[in-house]
Design a protein around this ligand. Structure first.
Ligand code: AMP
Ligand code: MG
Length: 514
């Protein structure tokens, strides 16, 4: 079967395209085909992502699809483009950026399909338009891991690789990640048009996002009948929820520039990210981030800062600064409520809260005054738990997982073993056990195992899989994907992937270079 025929079958098999971003017109992008990737081969696939767009079971064997997703063949129905945006990088206005190495193919089944690493675009600036195998594996695995953890994120369908050399600190090889998201629009898209006083384009883009992704803001504007302020508030809330998830799971993004902030509140642009090993609140995962602007414990504040930049860009539409302020004020309560709900679930203390409590019921309802005492004492417990972990640099993931098992068995020794300061731990344990309802332990322990993952994408695990992939052994990537897609289950064959990081793990340096 030749490529053209097989392509036709792929389209026939369910990939019908409607390209709503393309329909916005060329003020928002440059129409552009991806550049071919020499002699591509498959590196990794996610069946879970394939299911989202209804690909048939044999897609991963299709040479036609390999060519399409490497940028070597057009696919009928797609209208490829590179979009333009601007942004604040490390707190400074960076001016025009844009899709420097990503091509949006189009939209199918409600998912936009983007090729990352697919060659030069008008927005490549000093870059080469390519992505390397190393960073592509990291993005692919982390997207799918975050999704499986229930954290809002863009998705990854596959990686295709090539032996074509790409210069970074050393010579590496090229790869393309196929990414999926309902939309890849960033805060920076709005900053772009606002910075140029292009209010018509700003409004067109805002209306597009509201109509397709936030329709309730138009039907029932929450803030003074102002659709744009209400929408900003909804973006503020989604962003706060996303960052609360990051903090609870111990995820550090590393490059929270406004061009890396999704307007849908999705985790996007996986670069020098890390899951915490030893708990260190000030952990800086990006080797390039000397000042620690994007340190782990700074993330909520930085998200809020980025939302201010977005609000500033949207002022020509909102028109009333007090409404923009009100929208931004939703950040803190939404963040706190979500974070506390997530942390109490990790502690297996969700049921300690009164049943009517807003924290337990919904992230968006408010706790009553009578709950205040409980809420405050729970906040203190969470804070003190983290302080205890920080003091002894306890492994964050292993602590929570062992606590889940201890809750079921009543044997807390394996948790205690993690601490150097045993009296401090014993004091904490007495306080914790005083809050625990023993009759509820079975149910709570089960719930804890569902929210305290056994497997996270530690940097050293990614490094091992990358090293093997460089030798064309892609089994390490596939094995990691298997456990990360079911991160709370036991995988007896992959017990080693759930252990403590080796000593060399703390020496890994990940920079922005990708
Ligand atoms: P990042 O720090 O990866 O979010 O990238 C910031 C900007 O630089 C975005 O506009 C990217 O598209 C662009 N960029 C990053 N790497 C490259 C590259 N290798 N070639 C072209 N553009 C790039
Ligand atoms: Mg980026």
């Amino acid at each position: 079967m030749n490529v053209a025929q097989e392509c036709y079958q792929i389209v026939d098999a369910g990939l019908t395209w409607r390209n709503r971003f393309h329909a916005l017109g060329p003020r928002f992008y440059t129409p552009l085909a991806p550049q071919p990737l020499p002699a591509p081969y498959w590196v990794a696939h996610s069946q879970a992502s394939a299911a989202l767009i209804g690909l048939n079971a044999h897609w991963a064997e299709s040479d036609a699809l390999l060519q399409v997703l490497s940028g070597n063949q057009p696919m009928s129905g797609t209208q490829p483009l590179a979009s333009v945006y601007s942004g604040h990088q490390f707190g400074h206005w960076a001016g025009q950026l844009g899709d420097g190495r990503a091509i949006l193919l189009g939209e199918t089944q409600g998912w936009e399909i983007q090729l990352k690493g697919s060659g030069l675009t008008p927005y490549s600036r000093m870059g080469d338009g390519r992505a390397v195998l190393r960073s592509s594996i990291r993005e692919f695995l982390c997207s799918e891991a975050m999704a499986a953890l229930g954290i809002p994120t863009t998705r990854a369908l596959c990686i295709t690789g090539s032996d074509a050399p790409v210069m970074r600190e050393t010579v590496e090889t090229a790869a393309v990640v196929t990414r999926l998201a309902p939309s890849f629009i960033r805060f920076g898209h709005f900053e772009h048009f606002a910075s140029r006083s292009q209010t018509t384009e700003l409004q067109t883009l805002a209306d597009f996002v509201i109509d397709h992704f936030y329709p309730a803001c138009r039907r029932q504007p929450a803030l003074g009948d102002n659709v744009y302020a209400s929408w900003l508030q909804a973006v503020v809330e989604r962003t706060a929820v996303m960052v609360a998830h990051w903090q609870a799971v111990g995820f550090c993004h590393g490059v929270m520039n406004t061009d890396n902030m999704s307007i849908l509140g999705l985790t996007i642009d996986y670069g020098p990210f890390a899951f915490l090993d030893a708990f260190d609140p000030g952990f800086i995962c990006n080797h390039t981030d000397r000042s620690g602007r994007y340190a782990f414990d700074a993330q909520p504040q930085i998200a809020h800062w980025n939302l201010y930049a977005l609000a500033h860009a949207l002022l020509p539409l909102i028109q009333q600064p007090t409404l923009a302020e009100q929208a931004l004020a939703a950040f803190e309560p939404t963040y706190k409520r979500t974070y506390q709900r997530l942390m109490l679930a990790k502690l297996g203390l969700g049921s300690v809260l009164p049943p009517e409590s807003g924290i337990k019921a919904h992230a968006d309802s408010h706790p009553t005054e009578s709950d205040d005492g409980v809420v405050q004492s729970m906040s203190a417990l969470i804070r003190d738990t983290l302080a205890l972990l920080a003091q002894d640099r306890v492994d964050y993931t292993i602590f929570w997982r062992r606590l889940s098992h201890a809750r079921a068995s009543g044997h807390y020794e394996p948790v205690r073993d993690l601490f150097i300061s045993r009296p401090a731990f014993d004091g904490w344990l007495r306080r914790y056990q005083a809050l625990v309802d023993p009759s509820d332990n079975g149910i709570q322990a089960h719930g804890m195992r569902q929210v305290n993952p056994k497997y996270v994408l530690r940097n050293y695990l990614a490094e091992q899989a990358i090293e093997a992939a460089r030798q064309k052994d892609f089994s390490g990537v596939a094995n990691l994907l298997t456990v990360l897609q079911q991160p709370c289950d036991d995988h007896p064959a992959f017990e080693a992937l759930a252990g403590f990081p080796p000593d060399w793990a703390s020496k890994i340096e990940i920079s922005c270079s990708s």
